[in-house]
Write a protein that binds this ligand. Structure first.
Ligand code: ADP
Ligand code: ZN
Length: 738
């Protein structure tokens, strides 16, 4: 007899629909099935028992079932919970998991080599060939490339062994990445402090229940070495592990390190992965074969069979927030995922977010004491932290308005060049100049679709909008007053700093590292290698350079505009600026020992008295965090309240304004019977009032954490009539607070 099951489709719908499961199809919960939708047949997941709310003659039938282990119940519970929390349709959240439909089909078999079990004498084999056989000794089938990688030899050695009969070819149905990481290899010799933290993490993995730790240590303290120990422990327990990194920190250096430690490459997941690799990772994870995934935020949604540990490196990084489509914070959702799965999670940072430190500090320290707090206070091997100095641009002025490097920084760069040490100039702004204006009439070039100036790029001789794809050729005269040669570039971008450096240090070898110069992984890899090999004297970089890199010869960092990012009045601006500058500063002098000159960092600023600058110079992160926390508390902001942004957008400015005003008028602004508050600010213009041709207004709700804010938001938004051309989006736990 056939039965009905509720089946969730990866489309923006909130409900799982009933389908009939015919005989011969298991229809077990979590299994991937193919179902009719209109004229098409689409993949979907069996979500639960049927509601039997469809007339028997109307109900459609499941077409087929894919041969994969079902999506585990904790993953499904997690998606259900997340949809409710971020107020997104369940199907849209399922789509995050069903991201590679083609991976549901079994891959074509590939050929792999296995060792020939019939005894053949190994005598007379070259050491390289012997090494291949040592690797193959475990009897597993491997592709030639995998084998040559592991044995560090060319593919000819493998071909030779096959011809002589030592290896034979066999069909392999799965070429899943990272099937056999070696957890028994010795890791680094840990210092006492490192070992202490590692042991706490290892014990958490052994206990195999939900728990959260913050691994908090200065850059270079060995946090990666420490959490690798926890990864090894999880592998010994035959669990899958997820290491989340911000996209741009997914560097080859990091992957090499993983490979060295575990003897195989991790399964990768990031936006520039080829479709074929994407498919392999997805399927490998779903089959439970790929053991360690290293990925950007969306790797959280892969269909793990047996996840037992999550590590979130650089937990404070804003890249964990997905701002478009389904809006979520991968760090927060990962904690929920661990909770649902009943396994531990470790957050890792040198500059933890306020939300995290508040949870990690004990009650005596003014926090909640919810997380284990593991502190590594020193750099590994006695490397000393860099010496941070402020350059007051009001007094220490660059020579002319066309220059942006102050005399003091100039002197520091000269000294470093003379000593043959490397320097980094950091400016988080791509292109040549952030603003172009007409000296005659004052006309400014603005994006016609966004509230943003057009950025001049000299390399391409164009003006670009960094928020949409709008761009135009830089004209020779002002489009407003028609004056010839009247256009002036205002302010610096990295290209302009390159011009200044080339002019002042004609003999220096200079490289620019931004998303314009490193557009592919390969380009990035090649620039990073040049820097690592000290083929570059002065690096000019955007935030791409700030993350995690270790350049042994880099001893001096100059920040061109330390104030960038502080303006705008967002409550989170100070925190972000502190994190970024701290991270950049952490690139300096990573191998300088106590008896050597420490790394030097110069922050050029117009406001040296600002508490971000003062905290950086004094190296007093915790004091800074305490002051920030007390401000947040005073403002009834996260982490002391639950914050939600409501964004109203559309092409018709008037309509958008009307909806925003209507929402504002009936916005929740009350205290409930228990005295718990919910307050709404706005409507105000959103940070980008116009973005890609749409107008945007925004309201901000702050609520006592005990209040069901999703329920309140739902009720409120439903009470206002919203024309179809206007979109109302909810952003729970937004990144910016204005
Ligand atoms: P973090 O992640 O805290 O910035 P890393 O784990 O990257 O620090 O360590 C910084 C550098 O020091 C790396 O090159 C790492 O290999 C090395 N290192 C850290 N701890 C040890 C150790 N116990 N033994 C040997 N090298 C170590
Ligand atoms: Zn634009």
């Amino acid at each position: 007899m056939s039965i009905n099951k509720a089946i969730l489709l990866p489309y923006p719908i909130d409900k799982a629909y009933d389908y009939r499961v015919p005989e011969g199809i298991s229809g077990q919960e979590g299994s991937y099935v193919c179902v009719p939708l209109g004229q098409r047949q689409v993949p979907a997941v069996v979500w639960g028992q049927g509601a039997n709310d469809v007339k028997p003659n109307k109900i459609k039938e499941v077409v087929s079932e894919y041969h994969l282990p079902p999506l585990p119940v904790d993953h499904r519970k997690f998606l259900d919970w997340m949809a409710g929390y971020i107020m997104a349709p369940k199907g849209s959240v399922l789509k995050l998991t069903m991201s590679v439909p083609s991976a549901l089909e079994p891959p074509k078999p590939v050929m792999g080599y296995v060792i020939n079990s019939a005894q053949i004498s190994n005598q007379g084999l070259s050491p390289k060939a012997q090494k291949v056989l040592d690797v193959a000794q475990d009897g597993l089938a491997r592709r030639a490339s995998e084998l040559s990688n592991l044995a560090e030899c060319s593919s000819n050695v493998i071909k030779g062994l096959a011809e002589k009969g030592y290896l034979t070819l066999k069909e392999m149905y799965s070429a899943a990445p990272c099937r056999h990481p070696d957890a028994k290899r010795a890791g680094a010799d840990l210092s006492d402090a490192q070992a202490e933290s590692a042991n706490v993490l290892i014990d958490m993995v052994k206990e195999d229940k939900f728990d959260t730790a913050l691994l908090d240590g200065v850059t270079g303290a060995g946090k990666t070495e420490v959490y690798f120990e926890a990864v090894a422990q999880a592998l010994k327990q035959d669990k899958q592990v997820l290491i989340l990194l911000p996209e741009i920190a997914l560097s080859n250096a990091f992957l090499d390190r993983f490979q060295k430690r575990f003897g195989c490459a991790p399964a990768l997941w990031h936006s520039s992965l080829s479709p074929a690799k994407r498919k392999l990772t997805w399927r490998g994870v779903a089959m439970g074969e790929s053991k360690v995934v290293i990925g950007a935020r969306s790797a959280l949604f892969l269909p793990y069979q047996n996840l037992g540990l999550i590590i979130i490196d650089e937990e404070h990084d804003p890249a964990y927030k997905q701002e478009e489509g389904v809006i979520y914070n991968a760090r927060d959702m990962a904690i929920v995922r661990a909770h649902m799965g009943g396994f531990p999670i470790a957050l890792v940072s040198a500059t933890p977010s306020l939300e995290t430190i508040y949870n990690a500090w004990s009650v005596e320290q003014g926090g909640l004491g919810k997380y284990k707090h593991l502190v590594l206070p020193e750099r590994h091997g006695g490397a000393v932290l860099p010496d941070i100095k402020l350059i007051d641009l009001r007094a220490d002025k660059p020579e002319s308005r066309q220059y942006f490097i102050s005399p003091t920084l100039q002197g520091a760069l000269e000294g470093n060049l003379a000593r043959k040490e490397q320097s980094l100039l950091f400016l988080n702004r791509r292109g040549y100049a952030p603003l172009t204006l007409c000296r005659n009439c004052g006309h400014r070039f603005e994006c016609p679709r966004c509230t943003a100036w057009l950025i001049e790029h000299r390399r391409s001789k164009k003006l670009h909008c960094h928020h949409c794809d709008h761009n135009m050729h830089l004209p020779s005269k002002c489009p407003e007053c028609k004056e010839e040669d009247s256009l002036a570039a205002c302010g610096p971008g990295v290209e302009r700093i390159l011009e200044e450096v080339t002019e002042r240090f004609p003999d220096a070898r200079v490289a620019v590292l931004s998303s314009d110069t490193a557009t592919t992984h390969d380009e990035l890899k090649s620039i990073l290698k040049q820097i690592y090999d000290h083929e570059v004297d002065i690096i000019i970089g955007t935030q791409i350079i700030a993350k995690g890199y270790h350049f042994p010869k880099l001893t001096c960092v100059g920040v061109i505009d330390a104030d960038l990012g502080l303006s705008g009045g967002d409550l989170r601006a100070s925190e972000r600026t502190y994190q970024l500058l701290h991270q950049v500063a952490g690139r300096a002098g990573r191998e300088q020992k106590a008896d050597e000159r420490s790394g030097r960092v110069y922050l050029q600023t117009f406001s040296p008295e600002n508490r971000v600058m003062q905290a950086l110079v004094a190296g007093d992160r915790d004091l800074f965090l305490r002051v920030e926390l007390s401000e947040r508390e005073g403002a009834f902001m996260a982490p002391f309240s639950r914050v939600a942004g409501v964004i109203v957008s559309g092409r018709d400015e008037k309509q958008v304004g009307e909806v925003a005003r209507a929402l504002g008028q009936c916005a929740p602004n009350t205290k409930d019977e228990k005295g718990r508050a919910i307050q709404t600010l706005g409507p105000a213009e959103a940070p980008f009032y116009r973005l890609r041709g749409k107008y945007r207004r925004r309201l901000l709700v702050r609520a006592d954490k005990a209040i069901d804010v999703q329920k309140a938001l739902n009720h409120w938004i439903k009470s206002v009539s919203i024309p179809s051309a206007v979109r109302v989006q909810v952003d729970i736990d937004p990144q910016s607070f204005f």
